[in-house]
Ligand binder design. Structure first.
Ligand code: ACO
Length: 430
């Protein structure tokens, strides 16, 4: 929908009308597409603080009121009533599935979880202590070498096959990376188990004895996957869209997204939270670390606090905090010193003027690591867990981007601050 235009008048008086567009909900956008052509200037917005990069129908966030919706459904409702596979269908297809559609989707995912045996050889080549995120991005990147017969992005059937492969095979790749790290044999997927149960058995079972899946663990992981499934144009998703906009194959685009997610300012924060809590060590040290976080000359930040979009609360953190209590209680670890330390740190930071003024609240990563830790998932796998949930969001965005007939290669402009033109100086004259 278009609305009244914004009028931009240059210092020399040249006027340009910039159309304003409205979405279903949320702030309007000013379409600056013709600005350079008409006025000869670019807009400048490092970090995309005020800039929308695309149109999207997938996810909506209102950071001021703490709203997150997938395809219009509030995440709280999905967390309570749905499961990760159904949410995946919703994100990929736009609507909740009927019972028959869900059964078909579930069957497709369950029966595509095995890897080409050749891909397992990759794991023999990695060092035993390689970070699982490094292995995840490398092996996902390699998928285009195995599935090059279905890489035609203009073919909807190929796009479906790609989505199914990513969703079905990522847990298998992640579990293989973990097994390499701990020196245990790789466990093949089992089609009789549901998505999350199958992942847990690949992670924790061994051929030597039967493995019983803890329903609390399966419920908690499924919830975490739902809460991480999508978050509109975040850093890794924008990376997937940008890499994919060149026409690069989708496996490479997802591998790029995994790499972007790894950073500590993004998905790597869940790992960083646990490292930080270990460093703080004791409740008596909290005030010292809060002071460090407030000190502009100290690079230390409270990991798991703050968000570019949420300036009130992160709705995912509220749900995860509750699940964290539930998991620790059911596992008999609700007196865990780590959890108590996290609770006290949260309480102290939330009362502190600095955090109140800058609207810094716990984000999705603050409690997720404590749940993972309680379930026996090692710290180095935390960001991998995030990637497993987010992979469906990346896939949905890639599909949306590639199906958009008006889509163009993503190519930002810049404000050049380097030397002006100068002449080459011969080496003996420098
Ligand atoms: N601890 C202390 N101070 C902080 C923190 C923090 N965790 N986060 C932001 N601030 C301060 C900044 O120093 C800045 O202060 P200033 O105005 O005096 O310069 C102000 O709050 C605004 O912060 P920015 O970094 O400018 O905000 P931005 O939107 O660019 O960054 C980010 C958001 C990256 C999430 C940041 O809050 C951060 O680094 N948090 C810790 C890492 C983390 O938890 N990341 C996970 C994010 S959620 C996710 O990706 C799933």
């Amino acid at each position: 929908m278009t609305k009244d235009a914004f009028r931009l008048i240059s210092p020399s008086g040249k006027e340009t009308e910039l159309p304003v567009r409205s979405g279903t909900t949320g702030p309007d956008v000013i379409d600056v597409g013709k600005l350079y052509r008409e006025q000869g200037v670019f807009t400048y917005d490092p970090g995309f603080v005020s800039t929308g990069s695309c149109e999207s129908d997938i996810t909506y966030i209102d950071g001021e009121t703490g709203i997150l919706m997938y395809r219009g459904y509030p995440v709280e409702q999905l967390a309570e009533h749905s499961n990760f596979l159904e949410v995946s269908y919703l994100l990929l297809h736009g609507e909740l599935p009927t019972a028959a559609e869900l059964e078909r989707f579930d069957h497709t995912i369950r029966t595509h979880t095995m890897l080409n045996e050749g891909m397992l050889n990759f794991f023999k080549g990695f060092r035993y202590d390689a970070h699982p995120m490094a292995m995840l991005s490398a092996v996902v990147g390699s998928m285009s070498a195995y599935y090059h017969d279905t890489l035609d992005a203009s073919d909807p059937a190929h796009r479906d096959i790609f989505a199914h492969r990513i969703l079905a095979k990522l847990p298998t790749i992640a579990a293989a990376a973990y097994k390499l790290n701990i020196g245990q044999p790789f466990m093949y997927p089992r089609n009789d188990l549901d998505y999350t149960e199958n992942f847990l058995q690949m992670l924790f079972s061994v051929p030597a004895e039967p493995y019983e899946i803890d329903p609390v663990a399966a419920e908690a992981i499924d919830l975490l996957f739902i809460l991480h499934a999508d978050h509109e144009q975040n850093c890794s998703t924008s990376t997937v869209r940008m890499a994919g906009s060149s026409g690069a194959n989708p496996y490479s685009a997802i591998a790029a997204g995994i790499s972007a997610l790894w950073g500590p300012a993004h998905g790597g924060a869940n790992e960083a939270v646990l490292t930080m809590l270990a460093e703080i060590g004791d409740k008596s040290q909290i005030s010292k670390y809060v002071a460090k976080a407030k000190d502009r000359d100290d690079p230390f930040r409270l990991m798991g606090f703050g968000h570019r979009v949420y300036k009130n609360f992160d709705p995912r953190a509220t749900i995860i905090r509750e699940m964290c209590h539930k998991v620790l209680k059911q596992l008999g670890r609700d007196d865990s010193p780590l959890f108590e330390l996290a609770l006290e740190l949260e309480e102290m930071a939330l009362k502190d003027e600095y955090f109140i003024e800058k609207k810094l609240y716990p984000n999705v990563d603050f409690y997720s690591g404590i749940i993972y830790r309680a379930l026996g998932i090692p710290t180095s796998m935390f960001t991998v867990m995030f990637a497993l949930g987010r992979s469906v969001g990346w896939t949905a965005h890639w599909r949306e981007m590639i199906s958009d007939p008006t889509g163009r290669i993503a190519r930002p402009r810049q404000l050049y601050q380097g030397p002006a033109q100068r002449d080459y100086v011969a080496i003996d004259k420098r």
